[in-house]
Design a protein around this ligand. Structure first.
Ligand SMILES: NC(=O)c1ccc[n+]([C@@H]2O[C@H](COP(=O)([O-])OP(=O)(O)OC[C@H]3O[C@@H](n4cnc5c(N)ncnc54)[C@H](OP(=O)(O)O)[C@@H]3O)[C@@H](O)[C@H]2O)c1
Length: 335
């Protein structure tokens, strides 16, 4: 494994982390806790030391699952989790049911951290993110409450997810923000305009989520087999003209990948890593085979000619579609 420095610290994080969401939530019915646990264990063997969860992933079930491996390996893992999204009565599938809302109030932050610590069976969280910025609460209140958790030793570092550049700058003046987690992949490059350069300037680690476009960029996803409970069923990229565009795009990427004797997913991950030295993507998987294959992407150095070929492919197939449907869009602000 190769490593990168985490923010302005001496902590070495693996050049790719492990997104754990799909082990318990979002992507259909084929959950397999035994295989997920084996995947977490295998990640440690491979030197992948950065795991990503959130309290909303299956209403805490994902954190509980992770705790089964974390409890005996606490010193080996830099554990990131998030608070802020809530479901009414903490019930229902947040990815398909209605009613999800954002709560970054001081009261909720205090409760949320205790619940995550309990579920993760640990007495500290390495990186604690606000999953979204709460539109109903001054940002200062949220960041100050998060900062208090650092003072209490419950949390080591703070992160934000999907905020604007102005919000990031403001938050960073209240307490150092060490990581920003936002969507970034060959399918979604908005962050390149302002957010990514800003993180670099401020010494913040940028953590791309969905670096594989939620599986689409692997060119291995069988769209027709997605169950009705699969979150991707509701996303514009997975239907109609956008899907057609994206399938052509990934097929073209696969040609490039095959010419280099690597997989399309490895190209997609290596491309994200190549964009800046403060980037650590967290491709999600619940399977050892994918994890092992994705881990090899850290050794794939795309040449400038490869990067140019990728740009040509992206220009040829620009109709990728919006990343979210209306339901999720209300939680995202334009920078
Ligand atoms: N902050 C936020 O708002 C936010 C939003 C979304 C996600 N996240 C975090 O980011 C992480 C990564 O994002 P993501 O999981 O949504 O999307 P992703 O990493 O782009 O893609 C995950 C999907 O790709 C599949 N996959 C992985 N490696 C593969 C390979 N080598 N070949 C074929 N298919 C492969 C996975 O299949 P299997 O599941 O079958 O292994 C899964 O369906 C999540 O786990 C979560 O922790 C954060």
């Amino acid at each position: 494994m190769n490593y990168r420095k985490f923010a302005n610290t001496h902590i070495e994080l693996s050049k790719i982390g492990l997104g754990c969401m799909g082990m318990s939530a979002a992507y259909g019915e084929d959950k397999d806790d035994k295989e997920s646990i084996a995947t977490l264990e295998r990640s440690i063997e491979l030197g992948i030391n950065f795991w990503d969860s959130a309290d909303i992933y299956a209403n805490g079930t994902n954190e509980k699952l992770i705790s089964q491996v974390l409890k005996n390996n606490r010193d080996k893992i830099f554990m990131a989790t998030k608070f802020g999204f809530r479901m009414p009565d903490n019930k229902g599938d947040s990815f398909i049911a209605s009613g999800i809302y954002v709560d970054c109030s001081v009261k909720h932050i205090k409760e949320a951290v205790e619940n995550s610590l309990k579920r993760l069976k640990t007495d500290y969280i390495d990186l604690y993110y606000a999953h979204r910025i709460d539109p109903n609460i001054p940002l200062e209140e949220t960041i100050e409450a998060m900062s208090q958790l650092v003072k209490e030793g419950k949390v080591k570092y703070l992160g934000l997810s999907e905020c604007t550049a102005d919000e990031l700058k403001k938050a960073h003046t209240i307490h150092p923000i060490s990581a920003l987690q936002s969507e970034y992949s060959l399918l979604y490059r908005e962050v390149e305009k302002e957010i990514l350069p800003l993180t670099k300037e401020l010494g913040i680690t940028f953590v791309p989520f969905a670096p594989l476009g939620r599986g689409l960029m692997s060119n291995k996803l069988d769209i027709n087999s997605l169950s009705s409970s699969d979150f991707r069923k509701n996303l514009p990229r997975y239907e109609g003209e956008y899907l057609q565009n994206n399938q052509k795009l990934t097929a073209a990427l696969e040609e490039l990948a095959l010419s280099k004797n690597v997989t399309t997913a490895q190209v997609a991950i290596a491309w994200v890593i190549a964009q800046s030295d403060n980037i650590i993507p967290i491709p999600g998987t619940k399977k050892r085979t994918y994890l092992e294959s994705n881990a090899k992407a850290v050794d794939l150095n795309l040449s400038s000619s490869d990067l140019e070929k990728i740009e040509v492919i992206l220009k040829k197939y620009p109709n990728v579609g919006p990343r979210y449907s209306q339901r999720e869009n209300k939680f995202i602000k334009k920078s």
